[in-house]
Write a protein that binds this ligand. Structure first.
Ligand code: GLA
Length: 382
């Protein structure tokens, strides 16, 4: 669905006056499952969007049509989330967060749609939250800072959707910048842009087409295991507030105190945080080979220590490793399906697609989808 499609649908349903907003999906070069551990991430917004056409309707009702799902809902601030289809919980959650903060929100008519594949780990849900938060901010003159817009989305996930996610996805969707990766410190929300544009290298996403139903509960379980690690480690090291404060050396000292599975999770997070920092140094030197190595290592950690990969992702990464000119590959996002992110020499793109597609099809009797994304600006207009 394009921006024009969304605008036309709005016009035919609700009339000619409307505002248009858009918010992008995201990639993450490295730094997975570190955000809710208050560590570092390195995401970027991409040129795939959710578009929203919206206008106040002079009532207290929120009327939303999901163009891609061909469904619409009406509700007010007293909605019950179980009465809403899954997609509507994201905008409804944002409305609830902002009303709970004391903002009076006007009712509206809205149509949204876009081109971010759902369930692919590209954060279509964060884009949906961001685009509604942006629109509500504008139409109600709330004067929210950009970080409050991102936070409203994250809180909607926690309280209405039921996923205890970190801030990475919403942050990237709101703060993205063309050709820049964002190194975000999830503890104090300090961020630095790192230019990422290479003539010789390309980033390609490969979509397994798999999205496991258990992903949400497994995600929350990982988070609890990390919290358990923090509780135990804080007894030995009183300064520890999150896994961000934990080094591999500390884990060696305390390894006997921790359940083996919790130890593995903590090790992964400590190592992954270090990898983000080192990737940024490699970016400054333009050292693609080193960046690639960190990506492979990240995948191994996600697979064996954090245990959030799956056969389809592993096959794609293993196959990528055999192709000359592929600098690095790993699963991206929460895991259990979705996409891999691949850094490769541009001249090898066709070969890469051929080989991975054939292998994947042989094993799983389907062809994966490929997205050659570019790094784009965050949600607009802000
Ligand atoms: C999902 C969550 C993010 C982050 C990633 C894993 O995308 O929404 O907050 O935790 O998983 O890095």
């Amino acid at each position: 669905m394009t921006e024009t499609n969304v605008a036309q649908l709005f016009q035919s349903k609700f009339g000619k006056d409307f505002f248009i907003f858009r918010a992008p999906g995201r990639i993450n070069l490295i730094g997975e499952h570190t955000d809710y551990n208050l560590g570092y991430v390195l995401p970027a917004a991409i040129n795939k969007y959710i578009y929203l056409a919206i206008h106040p309707n002079e009532t207290g009702t929120f009327h939303i049509q999901a163009a891609d799902f061909k469904e619409d809902v009406s509700f007010d601030t007293s909605f019950r989330k179980d009465a809403l289809p899954a997609w509507a919980r994201y905008p409804a959650g944002v409305i609830r967060e902002l009303s709970n903060q004391g903002y009076l929100l006007k009712g509206f008519n809205a149509v949204f749609g876009g081109d971010i594949p759902t369930g692919a780990g590209l954060s279509s849900s964060a884009a949906l939250e961001s685009v509604f938060a942006l629109a509500l901010n504008y139409m109600n003159n709330l004067k929210l800072a950009r970080i409050e817009i991102a936070r409203a989305g994250q809180q909607a996930e926690h309280h209405t959707v039921g996923v205890k996610c970190g801030i990475m996805d919403q942050f990237a969707s709101v703060f993205g910048k063309t050709n820049q990766l964002i190194r975000l410190d999830c503890r104090d929300l300090d961020y630095t842009y790192f230019p990422f544009k290479s003539r010789d290298h390309t980033l390609i996403l490969v979509n397994t087409g798999v999205s496991h139903a258990l992903a949400e509960s497994a995600y929350n379980e990982r988070r609890e295991q990390c919290e358990e690690g923090v509780r135990v480690l804080a007894e030995r090291f009183p300064g520890v507030r999150s896994l961000r404060d934990v080094s591999k050396e500390m884990l060696r000292v305390a390894e006997k105190d921790l359940e083996p599975v919790v130890l593995k999770r903590c090790e992964f997070v400590a190592e992954e945080n270090e990898r983000v920092i080192r990737t940024c140094k490699a970016l400054e030197r333009g050292d693609m080979v080193k960046i690639g190595e960190f990506m492979w290592d990240s995948h191994q950690g996600l697979r064996h220590k954090y245990e959030v990969s799956c056969r389809e992702l592993d096959l794609l990464v293993e196959t990528a490793k055999t192709i000359s000119g592929v600098t690095g590959a790993r699963m991206m996002g929460g895991g259990f399906g979705g996409c891999t992110i691949n850094l490769l020499e541009t001249r090898q793109v066709n070969l890469f697609k051929e080989v991975t597609s054939e292998k994947f099809n042989k094993q799983f009797q389907s062809h994966p989808e490929y997205y050659e994304v570019t790094i784009a600006d965050g949600a607009t207009p802000q």
